[in-house]
Design a protein. Structure first.
Length: 486
């Protein structure tokens, strides 16, 4: 689920969860300042969240420069830079796969570089300093080989959409056929492991479920990793089409019981699971992990309020942010043409910024610049956001007749848990579903980690990736209905 920023509903400048490395095009710089080495800095992406970026620059025999980039908090290392350029005291690192670059100026002692991180239309300040290599975050739950199960890289065709999804199928040892879970990620471009801030929740969950005797299929979102297609234009409807293709692929495997294939979806994936189950009789069950049970507009409004309140934002500013959101949402809902809506959205944001006290604007210049406002407009006006804002999951839930398990963390600030679970249960019961289980898990956040406040700013700093008790509930629930002898 996307996060809210202090200005409206943006994810901020969160780096893509998965970069697709390409070859670096180093440039000849025989008289360059001493840029060779390791440079590290922290990117402030809003809501108290910071992402570490680390650049490793090397010199080739011919004097040209090359480099790689790490995002330790997202578990990404060794991503080849597209170009490293030094001109006088100016330095520029380019990373074309994410439409991103860093441009800065050396300090007099060449021990730091003051500059800007630019990604798409957005710009954020970033200072790099010479540093030792950054250690990867400690993730004790991340499974290591050898594994007591079979793992196979697969290609999942979505013929109707003309997309091929790259995935991993894990199969328990033994005769089978096994029940199976198709894992569906949350919003934003996600790889098959749902990599986020150094965590790989779906890798940990797939390992756990497969060890319990459940086959698991997980895949890169379209346009991500090795999957084809374009993510930027995809809506939840498109993602549901991909999830259905994954279900059909799992059902085609002889090791899997075709009548025991379900969907386990996290966040937006918890929205998609019921969409697919309501349309296809081939889905045997649905597990909603922090899946929305409220309309998208209501979710985003509550999300912004909860996250800002946890960050200590004054109530007056929280209300101001809510007012801005409502103005933007009203424009999107009233104007179906994105091109016509864009100037109206930008004007509304500029009016809101102008109404802020001067000291407030001075405290957040990176969030009130024209570039930042245009980035906000692009996100709220995107196909995904337009669909999500107006989508009410409750009528779909009323059509779901297969068993449903809905879990929420009690400290979830992205999908308000109590309101969410109540709406999910009510909708399913209205539709006559006879097998509905909802549970609020104490102390867990949106990622199902044990947390202090539940704020997204904690995600990267928590070593735990997925609470064992949550995974046990999922596996026990599936096996009770679809395990051996069921």
């Amino acid at each position: 689920m996307r996060l809210s920023s202090p200005m409206s509903l943006s994810l901020g400048l969160m780096l893509s969860a998965l970069f697709s490395p390409i070859g670096a095009a180093a440039q000849d710089q025989p008289s360059a300042p001493p840029v060779v080495g390791t440079w590290a800095g922290k990117l402030d992406v809003g809501n108290g969240m910071q992402l570490r970026l680390v650049f490793h620059v090397t010199a080739e025999e011919d004097g040209s420069l090359a480099g790689t980039m790490d995002s330790p908090d997202q578990g990404q290392t060794g991503l080849p830079l597209s170009a490293v350029t030094v001109t006088g005291d100016s330095v520029r690192f380019e990373f074309n796969p994410a439409n991103a670059a860093f441009a800065g100026t050396f300090a007099a002692d060449h021990q730091s570089i003051e500059g800007q991180w630019m990604q798409g239309p957005s710009t954020l300040p970033l200072t790099l300093t010479r540093s030792e290599d950054q250690a990867a975050p400690n993730r004790p739950q991340e499974p290591k080989p050898p594994f007591p199960y079979r793992s196979e890289d697969v290609t999942i065709p979505n013929t109707a959409a003309g997309v091929d999804l790259a995935g991993t199928l894990t199969l328990p040892r033994g005769e089978g056929p096994f029940p199976a879970a198709v894992l569906v990620t949350g919003s934003g471009p996600q790889d098959r492991n749902e990599t986020l801030l150094g965590h790989k929740p779906f890798l940990v969950l797939a390992d756990y479920l497969t060890r319990q005797g459940i086959a698991v299929l997980r895949y890169d979102d379209r346009g991500v990793g090795k999957s084809t297609g374009v993510y930027a234009t995809a809506t939840s409807e498109d993602n549901a089409s991909d999830a259905l293709a994954a279900v059909e692929f799992a059902r085609s495997r002889p090791e899997i019981a075709g009548d025991k294939v379900g969907i386990v979806g996290h966040s937006e994936g918890g929205l998609i699971g019921p969409m697919v189950a309501a349309r296809s009789p081939d889905v045997a069950f649905v597990v909603m992990l922090a899946g929305p049970g409220l309309p998208g507009r209501q979710i985003l409004t509550l999300q912004g309020q909860l996250i800002n309140r946890a960050a200590g934002t004054p109530e007056a500013i929280i209300q101001h942010n809510t007012d801005i959101q409502n103005k933007l949402f009203d424009i999107v809902e009233a104007e179906p043409d994105p091109k016509a809506a864009a100037p109206k959205l930008l004007a509304a944001l500029k009016e809101a910024v102008a109404a802020l006290p001067p000291e407030a604007r001075a405290q957040a210049p990176d969030q009130t610049s024209d570039q930042a406002l245009e980035a906000q407009v692009a996100q709220v006006n995107s196909p995904w956001m337009r669909f999500f804002l107006t989508y009410d999951p409750r009528p779909t839930l009323e059509k779901v007749k297969v068993p449903v398990l809905a879990l929420d963390g009690e400290k979830d600030l992205q999908v308000p848990p109590k309101e969410d679970l109540a709406e999910i249960a009510a909708a399913l019961h209205r539709g006559g579903n006879k097998d509905v289980t909802t549970e609020l898990l104490p102390g867990l956040n949106h990622l199902f980690q044990h947390a202090t406040t539940g704020s997204p700013s904690e995600y990267a700093h928590i070593e735990e990736t997925f609470a064992p008790e949550a995974m046990k509930i999922v596996s026990s629930w599936i096996l009770a209905r679809f395990g051996p002898g069921s």
